[in-house]
Write a protein that binds this ligand. Sequence first.
Ligand code: UDP
Length: 364
Amino acid sequence: KNLLCVIGTRPEAIKMAPVILALKKEPWANVRVLATAQHRHMLDQVNAFFGIEPDIDLNIMRPNQALTTLTARLLLELDNVLQAEKPDAVLVQGDTTTVMTVVLACFYHRIPIGHVEAGLRTWDLQNPFPEEANRIIAGKLARWHFAPTEGSKQNLLKEGVPDSEIIVTGNTVIDALLMTAAKDLELAVPLDSVKRLVLVTSHRRENFGEPLRNICRALRTLAEHNPTVQFLYPVHPNPNVKDVAHEFLAGLFNFALCEPLDYAPFITAMKRAYIILTDSGGVQEEAPALGKPVLVLREETERPEAVEQGVVKLVGSNYDRIVEEAQRLLDDESAYRAMARGVSPYGDGHAAERIVKTLREHFA
Ligand code: UDP
């Protein structure tokens, strides 16, 4: 059977890698990989790390491309790919424009879709960012919904997806993490081995502008008040992020700004971290598995499980709240220990096996 696995951005490459590697071991499956390359360099380094080479590469990004243009160009390109490849099923991961367009193109071509990381919801379609709509469209049109948690399964049931089409698998991010965390790496960024490390990532579109400026102001205050703590922020190349981070944080002796880290070194940095401040979805899932407290720099999350377990806390982009919550974790050992329990609601590292089993039972 011809299976086409599609990846667009760095997190898709990370979370799809365990599925691609597992499918490649199946004698019945002819696995092809399509990269749309919504991210270029960040996608390539993840693929290189996992030894995955895309068979087809659309290299779709153009400078300042509007979402509508990206969507239209992807649909045209995908039409050609689907006609040439004639896949028996297509797998997508997550909530990007890549996912939404692939799902739509496959619907028109009557090709069944497996959606990895299905059923995440914020229930907020008011904010103008496309992820929730992309997830909802995938939820309507997919044939197999690989839900990471029981909660995401419940979301899909609420939307009328038949029980028989939902498979709770865990999140493949934990499969990738366990494959990677076992390897201990030298970090290219010089870190003091004695000082505690606060690791930061923030580049979500909804934080562009004033929210990110508040976040950076809070980080500056934290760095100034805690000279014995070191801070590391791998900064996304988008000028909306880079310029603000450098404006507020450059020149502090205990604050390192660096390029985005490659995946494996980033996991090493997470293992070295004392606490993590992030607006990333993937990092919210990885950090609890490594026993690292996370403060989420967002007002809402489509990943409530770790928040409910008390190992992740939503702090938004409010200056006072970020300073207060981070300082508490740095000063109060018992508050810290309560969040550093090493419990992961997102999987046991065997999600890809469950996904492959479902497809094997259907096709082999
Ligand atoms: N990551 C990375 N290098 C970095 C920062 C993050 O490899 O400098 C990884 C991280 O381990 C996680 C993923 O990238 O698996 C998260 O990507 P991102 O925050 O861009 O997207 P999201 O998870 O919010 O979709």
